[in-house]
Design a binder for this molecule. Structure first.
Ligand code: SIN
Length: 493
């Protein structure tokens, strides 16, 4: 089958790209149901946009650069923050019902933002509202052919150029060719014991890019959210997120003695940048304390209306957050690193583009500012779709010339044992606090694990884990989300 463009992934970045590429013929491939299998629909906080009095894209940009420890690409930050207001308006026009009052959008506040600038929908259900609206728009878009329940297992090539994909459906494999392939496959949560991401965030797009020879960047910058709900069953995998907007509304972190501890770590206490708060929580847990998020005074009886998603998750655990503090643990949340792309979202391999969390445009630097991720997918996705629509040659001129080896039927499977081994290893050694000795041990363990891997997906997952670990070993200093215990000790000594 021939298309003008293939987009892999139907989160906010993939759908924004695919919709903006009209009227070109686009194949949109997604492993689950359209708009439902990625992390976008789980986003709680919202979308950052400088819409309030006294705010401006320049102030939003300066907060973004400060959170990213100045390692951001300043031009990308400018594009992001300048594009925010128009992107929010576009979403509204497409049916996303953001919370408003008589003056306009209701603007929330989150950590490391100097202004109230978080646009949200149905309190903490922003991702669900936005993705539902985009799914409706996507299903009625005549230029889109949507392949649901299809996993991309290989990229197709014409010489050095990527020109298509092989995707596995329930019954068979399909081969699709196009002038360009856009990866919008999201993050890496499935590589960590605790994550706020759904299982589909399994680094599969990163692995495809790596195999194609694309350069990856900033792989060591893995963001941990300070407050996921510590469930009674102590399970691995996705944990319910307790949005940062709770702390923005005044919720406080308490240790087992009922004492606030974040002031010991940062002047801004609970509203310090996410990496600082996450390490503060981690330090308490390492000392054998339990940590609680208490919103009973700050939010109290308003909990069900203001934070319906968190309220439902707590009640399902038998906790009433109107009256009780919530037990928390940090969890992997976002990956700042990814497929290195230029200002046009082009990877180092011709024909291959990346957008959203799988990409590394440098916009987030060493640490992403809260509520800049849906924004990134929207702004960069729409710009990419428009650009490709204007530039791509007609579909009929492109066809694979390099044979793709026929994939094995189980190529997309990862065994529970391998999956858990990777999760535990990265959590322990490539988590919130790292050191050279642990990172070396992790590389050795991944090497052993790779030898026992049976399927292509297992080898690929391990290959990405190696990239993250090696990058973390290579960066000796602590910066942003990458914290080297040995670097701190060296400085102290
Ligand atoms: C949150 O709601 O705390 C997460 C927001 C984000 O990751 O941007």
């Amino acid at each position: 089958m021939h298309f003008d463009l293939i987009v892999v992934g139907s989160g906010i970045a993939g759908l924004s790209t695919a919709l903006a590429a009209a009227p070109r013929r686009v194949a949109l491939i997604t492993r689950g149901e359209l708009a439902r299998d990625g992390a976008s629909r789980w986003a709680q906080g919202g979308i950052a946009a400088a819409l309030g009095p006294g705010d401006s894209p320049a102030v939003h940009a300066s907060d973004t650069l400060a959170a990213g420890n100045g390692l951001n690409d300043a031009a990308a930050v400018e594009v992001l923050t300048r594009g925010a207001a128009e992107a929010v308006e576009w979403l509204s026009a497409n049916g996303a019902a953001f919370d408003r009052n008589a003056q306009g959008f209701l603007l929330g506040r989150e950590a490391a933002h100097s202004q109230h600038r978080i646009v949200h929908a149905n309190g903490d259900a922003t991702g669900a509202a936005v993705m539902q609206a985009l799914a409706v728009t996507g299903r009625t878009a005549a230029h889109l052919q949507i392949f649901e329940q299809h996993a991309v297992v290989a990229l197709r090539r014409a010489g050095e150029r990527i020109c298509g994909v092989v995707a596995q459906g329930a019954q068979d494999f399909v081969e699709l060719d196009a002038a360009a392939v856009v990866l919008a496959t999201g993050g890496i949560g499935a590589l960590y014991r605790h994550t706020t991401n759904p299982e589909a965030a399994d680094a599969s797009g990163l692995a495809l890019a790596l195999e194609a020879g694309a350069a990856l960047s900033d792989m060591e910058f893995v963001q941990f959210h300070p407050t996921a709900l510590r469930t009674r069953d102590g399970r691995s995998g996705q944990l319910p997120l307790l949005t940062e907007a709770l702390r923005g509304a005044g919720a406080v972190l308490l240790n087992g003695a009922g004492k606030r501890f974040m002031r010991l770590h940062a002047r801004e206490a609970e509203l310090a940048p996410r990496d600082v708060v996450a390490r503060g929580v981690w330090a308490e847990l390492e000392r054998g304390e339990t940590v609680w998020l208490d919103a009973s005074t700050a939010v109290g009886a308003d909990f069900p209306q203001r934070f319906p998603t968190v309220f439902a998750a707590c009640m399902a655990e038998g906790l009433d957050p109107r009256r009780e503090a919530i037990p928390v643990v940090p969890a992997q949340h976002y990956h700042m690193g990814g497929v290195r792309v230029d200002a046009a979202a082009q990877s180092s391999v011709p024909g291959l583009y990346a957008v959203g969390e799988v990409a590394c445009s440098g916009v987030h630097g060493a640490n992403r500012l809260a509520s800049n991720s849906l924004l990134e997918g929207l702004v960069f996705g729409r710009a990419l779709g428009r650009r490709l629509a204007a530039q791509l040659p007609p579909a009929a001129t492109v066809a694979a010339t390099v044979a793709t080896a026929p994939p094995a039927d189980d190529c997309a499977q990862v065994s529970a044992a391998i999956s858990q081994a990777v999760r535990d290893l990265l959590w322990r050694e490539v988590g919130l606090v790292r050191d050279a000795s642990g990172l070396r041990q992790a590389l050795a363990a991944l090497d052993t694990l790779a030898r026992s891997a049976g399927t292509l997906a297992e080898r690929r997952r391990i290959a990405v884990a190696v990239q993250i670990t090696a990058a973390a070993l290579h960066r000796h200093n602590s910066v942003g989300a990458h914290y080297r215990r040995d670097a701190v000790q060296a400085r102290a000594g």
